[in-house]
Design a protein around this ligand. Structure first.
Ligand code: AHR
Length: 489
């Protein structure tokens, strides 16, 4: 199969926000308890942190940690999760089942984010909670004055503010079946203003993520709240139809269309800078343009195990889909400001645990690969590619490409995902001077698209990364079947 890649060096897409390498963890099944945290386990430290899991997450070098939900936020009382553990309240987890003992709460999440060296992103309760409670939480975390909740944090052993940077106003508030009460967007906006006041007047630097949903919802939120909206959220989960080969990819690719639609809405309803403050008196407005926060991004196949059947094994094909997600976010870098993978451990996750071991799933490796190799500037490229036939659905591209540049040393990285299950693709590399060396091609691959890593044999990794030194000049590169490649010039 043949393809071509022609890079446009004159019109870069823009800077790639580090925020796209985020992770999300919720009090759901074994994501927190039994995932990142397991008191009394021989694999945990004295604070209950699973050391093996921490090391694996560190391997991804995440930039942001989103917590405590998800839908769980709609019942979460942050006060349950602070102070001495022995005095914390246990409550039924009314969203996901089981009992939440609250031994892992705000202080532990912030400490965990520090272990990972990430920014923190907390989502507040718009279900059973109030704007006032949300404001108190901000005061507890970020307050610097001699005030009640800031002093409560100090009393709990944390003299310095936590500096929680991002605050999510709601989570999937448009969703009907759970405990949400703001499915009508007008109700949401009315309430979200109260939360905005409560949060921003506690911390003028708080970055707000407003809950997004369908087009009509997003239009309204952006129109009404644009001046205080740093980010609008998008959730994107994909699944495949096992009877139809490659059916995952059109759904993965659809994320790009959704991003472009939301980008147009942002451009229609908001301006880059806020200049009219009359309506926003006393409200610190946003300083930059509105960006998209894809704060739940994941692969949700039916038929897993565990709570809500959300524990599942991912094949190498899923990993190719994951790599494509990163290509899309790079291609749309000027509007995608952050993304947090849903979720980090056990629940739809790149890392799985048992009581005695943990394993990195196939999808872990592309996450690590992009983090390691991507530059900080996104360049556009014109790509021709053969199609991948997807029965009963629109065909997908066989070769998916994104291009980045490392500003620090000017090096260029072409990412190419060959999603064809059997055939290699030879791509002409146009507008690139390949006579300069060294040129290195890094390739991730597995024996076939069905390959999986499992807890049955955690030491076995079906994913390989190879490195090839290339001698220029060359005019084309052949991407092997089902591979993820980064060529660094
Ligand atoms: O990630 C699992 C769940 O999916 C989250 O709690 C919710 O926000 C989404 O529907």
């Amino acid at each position: 199969l043949n393809a071509s890649i022609e890079i446009d060096f004159l019109h870069p897409e823009g800077a790639i926000d580090d925020g796209i390498y985020g992770q999300f963890i919720e009090h759901l099944g074994r994501a927190v308890n039994g995932g990142i945290y397991e008191e009394g386990s021989p694999l945990s430290d004295a604070n209950g942190i699973r050391k093996d899991v921490l090391e694996k997450i560190r391997g991804l070098r995440p930039s942001i940690l989103r917590y405590p939900g998800g839908t769980f936020t709609k019942i979460y009382r942050w006060m349950d999760g602070v102070g001495p553990r022995s005095e914390r309240r246990s409550r039924p987890n009314l969203i996901w089942g089981g009992v939440e003992d609250n031994h892992f709460g705000t202080d532990e999440a912030v400490a965990y984010a520090r272990l990972l060296n990430t920014d923190t992103y907390f989502a507040v309760n718009m279900g059973t909670g109030t704007a006032e409670e949300a404001g108190n939480w901000v005061e507890y975390c970020n307050g610097t004055q001699d005030t009640y909740y800031a002093n409560m944090r100090r009393k709990n052993g944390h003299a310095d503010p936590f500096k929680v940077k991002y605050w999510g106003i709601g989570n999937e508030e448009a969703a009907g079946p759970d405990i949400g009460r703001l499915q009508d967007v007008k109700e949401f906006v009315k309430e979200a203003w109260l939360y905005t006041k409560a949060i921003k007047l506690q911390d003028k630097d708080a970055k707000l993520v407003l809950c997004g949903a369908d087009d009509a919802w997003n239009d309204h939120v952006l129109k009404e709240m644009g001046p205080v909206c740093d980010y609008i959220s998008m959730h994107h989960y994909v699944s495949s139809d096992k009877t139809k080969p490659a059916s995952l990819f059109p759904q993965v690719d659809n994320m790009e269309q959704l991003i472009l639609t939301l980008k147009r809405q942002i451009q229609t309803h908001t301006t880059e800078k806020v200049t009219d403050f009359s309506k926003w008196y006393r409200f610190p407005h946003r300083a930059n343009g509105v960006k998209i926060s894809i704060d739940e991004l994941g692969i949700w196949e039916p038929g897993g195990t565990g709570a809500y059947q959300l524990e599942e094994y991912y094949t190498w094909e899923h990993a190719l889909g994951t790599a494509t997600f990163f290509n899309i976010m790079i291609r749309q870098a000027s509007i995608v400001g952050m993304a947090t993978w849903a979720q980090t451990v056990n629940v739809l996750a790149p890392i799985m645990t048992s009581k005695t071991a943990s394993v990195c799933q196939t999808i872990y490796y592309p996450m690590q690969f992009y983090r390691r190799h991507a530059g900080n500037i996104s360049l556009k490229a014109a790509v021709t590619t053969p199609d991948l036939q997807v029965p009963g659905s629109k065909d997908a591209k066989a070769l998916d490409v994104a291009v980045t540049m490392h500003e620090a040393d000017g090096s260029l990285v072409i990412f190419a995902v060959n999603r064809h299950p059997e055939l290699a693709i030879k791509a002409d590399l146009r507008s690139i001077d390949t006579k300069y060396t060294p040129v290195t091609a890094y390739e991730l691959n597995a024996a076939g698209i069905d390959a999986v890593n499992t807890l049955d044999n955690p030491a076995k990794n079906v994913v390989t990364e190879t490195e090839k030194q290339l001698r220029g000049p060359f005019t084309s590169y052949t991407f092997p079947a089902h591979s993820v490649t980064a060529i660094r010039f």
